[in-house]
Ligand binder design. Sequence first.
Ligand code: ZN
Length: 694
Amino acid sequence: MKKIYLLLLPLFFTELIYAQNQPHLDIKNINAFLKIKPVKKQVVGEVELQFMLNQACDSIFLDAKNMEEVVLKTSKISVKTTSEKIWFYNDFKADSLYSIQFKYLAKPQQTLYFNNWDIPEKAQVFSQGQGKYTSHWLPSLDDMNDKIEFDLSFEAPREYTLISNGKLISKSVFEKVSRWTYDMQKPMSSYLVMVALGRFDFEKIQSKSGVPIYLYFAPRYHKLVEPTYRYTKEIFDFLESSIGVAYPWQNYKQVPVKDFLYAGMENTGATVFSEQFLTDSIGFIDQNYVNVNAHELAHQWFGNLITETSSTHHWLHEGFATYYALKAEREIFGDNYFFYSMYQTAERLSEASESGRGEALLNTKASSLTYYQKGAWALFFLENKLGESVFKKIVKSFLEKYAYQNVRTEDFIKVAEEISGKDLSGFEKKWLLANTFPSYEAMRLLSTIEFMQKYLALNALRELPLEQKVEDLKDALSAPVNDYLGQEAVIQLSLENIHSPVVVALLKMALKSESLLVKQSVALHIDKIPSTLKKEYEQLLHEKSYTTQEAALLNLWINFQSNRANYLELLKDKQGFYNKSLRHLWLGLHLATPAYKPENKTVIFQELNQYTNAIYDISIRRSAFSIIRQINLWSDESLLNLIKATQHYNYRFYSFARNMIKELAKNGALKKQINALSQQVEFRNKQFLKTILD
Ligand SMILES: [Zn+2]
């Protein structure tokens, strides 16, 4: 029966990896002094480790990847360093407190990122522990199941601000360096350790309950602080009161960094997030930090205060953070926003489920759609089934019972059953264990909401001929317009004959409406513009929305050749979102409009090229590369930057760059150009190019 063993083996391994690998060990404290050497990309550390054992043993280890020069400072103990671990040997007894001191040198290849140290105002260091392992720069435990109190001090170049978990208790400035001492009072899993270094200022606010909240920013972005961090206090106060458990850490900090790996990461008391969420007030309308802000903050309870024992229970982090973030957004953006968001994710989950791609919530290899959205849906369903106040009691008791510990799904269910007095095995089966998504239950729940009834009724008209639904569409577009009904009406109109006078008349209603989102949906969905709609459509260029302006500019430029110069002239000073996509589109269209200011073409081309440089955030570079690809104007500079981007540490960015290079190499002339440039790049770039050029 070999086959069965083969099938069982991977599962067995997964469980093995996640079982606590030193169950007898309890690390109490890691007290470390870390010298950050950004130019050398090194960390020199001195660590004091305190631990107890519940049974005698002859060795313990810390995870420590490729540490060099490990020197023990404690006598009677011996040490052995491997590429993965530092082992300590002694005749360790049960129930006594041990302390070990040692020094090490780390040259982290991941987890700690050193960016732009050739440009002082852009220079940054930041960590990303989850999925990357803190043990690449600080000996600790990769296993989440031993929670440790980390008290970290740092030495770093004096011109920069250093941020870490806990409370800053001292800072001393020397000739070339500053020393920063942070204190934590509660234990956490090692993946939540955080450090960031760079030119940062902060604004300090305070929650209703008195928790200090620090909003960090690079000085050059000081004008973006208010719109970027808008509603932070509201979100904090809402989460504290709706979760019912006081914020569990000494303070809360948020730090935006360039070239981050994800949207945000909820390190304990110290969230790091991507600079691409920086926004001005106009950008805020279409793309803002509110959801990520609330999501990472919710993790301070769900993930950090209580932590999964293994990835089987990952939804206890992501499902809860997603659901509570949406609840916070409901407070800010209203009920319709909330229900429409739930409806959209239900649609995505149903589609996956119906096409056989459904996944159980407790599947260790599930996608983020499952952990995040199906998890949020399970909680939304449970809250509706048990009632708001019972649900709140359950969450509160669950958090209090397991505070600073590790948890499993069955722990949550047990608390929920005890408090509700209900048997939840049906819920468990349908929402946590089944691969399918319970679409029927989800839609039944949503259709109890009056707004959703109206929306679904309008949505059901999609297949109907226009003449049978003109009045319904007119209703949807009459003042006062509901954002979601109005958008649905525009989408249905976009599927009709655009030259029909009825369609044009209805689109004019949409364009005259008060709703920014309804007008935006005209820009996004109507790309063939009848001349009878031209005048009204052109007004979209003046909308206070970068998404609208961008789509309108492109569509108008394509539809009305003789007006191209006018459109470009109108938007010549706009930058758009943080990623400059509006500016990049404008630059691209400028270059594609020979008659418009021919004397400026060289400068315009240079400007577009420079945004591909590594001094810019990956979101800016990605946008610039996309426009250059569309106008197909590659310079040696932009192409070389694209080649280098194929080796970036950010998975999504290097995948994007690799795919683009592969596509470009299909063109003979570009292939030659890439080949010539391959002489100028590092070995790993060359190796990658070899795979596509040969
Ligand atoms: Zn999350």
